[in-house]
Design a protein around this ligand. Structure first.
Ligand SMILES: Cc1cc2nc3c(=O)[nH]c(=O)nc-3n(C[C@H](O)[C@H](O)[C@H](O)COP(=O)(O)OP(=O)(O)OC[C@H]3O[C@@H](n4cnc5c(N)ncnc54)[C@H](O)[C@@H]3O)c2cc1C
Length: 329
C-alpha cells in the first residue's frame, strides 16, 4: 500500500540523522500494510535500515550479565523471521551441540505464531516486531521468555540496554524515544539451556494469538512463565516448589521473588500481574483469562511434574494449536 504522507525514503541506520516526522523502515510489513506508522503516526520520511549490513545472527564470546560467561546469542534487529527460523535447524549453533540448547525449540512455534505466509517471514524483522509492540507479537514473547535485552542506539551517539520485557509499555507502545533505533537483542545462552514449554491459543485455527504462555524450567524445582497476547504487556513470573504459601502477588510480579508452584497460586499471581486482560476482535478478555490459566497449568505440570501442586488434571493435556517439537528428551 502507498504511504501517501511520505516525501522521501533514505537508506539510513544512523540515529544522528533522524528528525521529527521520520520513521525507521525495516521489512515494511506493518508500515506498508497499514499505510502508516501505527506507533508514531503518518511519517514524512522513511529511514530504511535494511542496508545497515548488520550480521543477522552472531555468537558473541564476551560475557554479559546473565550469560554463562562463554557465549551470548546476538540477533540483529534486521534479522528476518525466516533467518531466525533457520537457526533452530542448525546442528551446532555457535559451536554448541544443538541438543544442549533445547531453548531453541521455541523458535519454530514462535515463528508459526505469526498469522503470516513465507512471504512475510522473508520480509518482516525481529526488531520491527518488537518495535511495533502488538500484544500478539511472537518475537516479543520469545525474547522475553529468553530474558533477552535490547541494545538501543540513540541520536546523541550513546546507547542503552533494556530488557525486552520492560521495553514494551502497551499495545503499539514501545519505550523508544524520538530517533531511538533498536540495533540488536542479546540472549544469554544459559536461557537456551533450560527446558522450555510452549502453549498458544487462538479463536480460529492459525488465527492471531489470543493467549501465549512460554515456560522455562530454571532448576529442578523452579520455572519461569512468560505471558503475552492475553495481557497488555509481557508478564514474567517465577515459580518455585520451595516458595512459601504467599502467592507472591506484588513482590513476585516480574521482580524475581518466586510464587509457590501451585495452580491456585499461579492463577492469583497472573490475575494480579495482568491487571486487566486484552480485548479485541481476537478474543474476549474473560476467555483470554481462562485460557491463560489453563495454559499455565499445563506448563507447570509439564515442566515440574510431581513438584507443582494442584495441576493433576493438566498432566498430559495440550490445549491450543501450537506446541513444541522437542529436539532432545
Ligand atoms: C499477513 C500479516 C500477518 C501478520 N501477523 C502478525 C502477528 O501475528 N503478530 C504480530 O505481532 N505482527 C504481525 N504482523 C505484523 C508484522 O508483520 C510484524 O510485526 C513484523 O515483525 C514487523 O516487522 P517489519 O520489519 O516488517 O516492521 P516495519 O513495518 O518495517 O516497521 C514496523 C514499526 O517498527 C519500527 N521499527 C522497525 N525496525 C525498528 C528498529 N530496529 N528500531 C526501532 N524501530 C523500528 C518502524 O518504524 C515501525 O514503527 C503481520 C503482518 C502481516 C502482513
Amino acid at each position: 500500500m502507498d504511504v501517501t504522507s511520505v516525501d522521501e525514503v533514505l537508506m539510513c541506520a544512523d540515529p544522528g540523522e533522524w528528525r521529527p516526522g521520520d520513521s525507521w523502515l525495516a521489512g515494511g510489513t506493518v508500515i506498508f500494510s497499514y499505510g502508516t506508522d501505527i506507533t508514531r503516526g503518518a511519517p514524512s520520511r522513511l529511514l530504511d535500515i535494511t542496508g545497515a549490513g548488520w550480521e543477522h545472527i552472531r555468537w558473541v564470546p564476551e560475557p554479559v550479565e546473565g550469560s554463562d560467561g562463554r557465549m551470548t546469542l546476538e540477533i540483529a534487529a534486521t534479522c528476518r523471521i525466516a533467518d531466525l527460523r533457520a537457526l533452530a535447524d542448525e546442528d551446532a549453533p555457535g559451536g554448541i551441540p544443538r541438543a544442549e540448547l533445547p531453548g531453541l525449540d521455541l523458535i519454530p512455534p514462535a515463528c508459526d505464531s505469526f498469522v503470516a505466509s513465507w512471504k512475510i517471514w522473508h520480509m518482516s524483522t525481529v526488531g520491527g516486531n518488537v518495535a511495533t509492540a502488538l500484544p500478539a507479537g511472537p518475537m516479543i514473547s520469545l525474547l522475553t521468555a529468553w530474558d533477552a535485552t535490547a541494545l538501543i542506539l540513540r541520536p546523541d551517539g550513546t546507547s542503552r540496554r533494556m530488557r525486552v520485557a520492560d521495553l514494551i509499555a502497551g499495545p503499539t507502545r514501545a519505550r523508544l524515544g524520538d530517533g531511538e533505533l533498536i540495533r540488536s537483542f542479546r540472549v544469554p545462552v544459559r536461557s537456551l539451556r533450560d527446558r522450555p514449554a510452549f502453549r498458544r491459543i487462538s479463536l480460529t485455527e492459525r488465527g492471531r494469538s489470543a493467549a501465549l504462555v512460554i515456560g522455562r524450567r530454571t532448576s529442578e524445582r523452579s520455572a519461569r512463565l512468560t505471558v503475552t497476547a492475553s495481557t497488555f504487556r509481557p508478564v514474567v513470573l517465577d515459580f518455585s516448589a520451595d516458595a512459601g504459601t504467599d502467592t507472591g502477588v506484588g513482590a513476585g510480579v516480574g521482580a524475581g521473588s518466586a510464587v509457590r508452584a501451585d495452580a491456585g497460586a499461579w492463577r492469583t499471581a497472573i490475575d494480579a500481574a495482568s491487571g486487566r486482560w486484552y480485548d479485541d476482535i481476537h478474543g474476549d478478555p474473560a476467555w483470554r483469562r481462562r485460557m491463560t490459566h489453563r495454559l499455565g497449568d499445563e506448563i507447570l505440570a509439564e515442566l515440574l511434574p510431581g513438584i507443582a501442586t494442584g495441576v493433576d488434571d493438566a498432566i498430559g493435556r495440550i490445549t491450543g494449536d501450537l506446541r513444541i517439537e522437542r529436539s532432545a528428551s
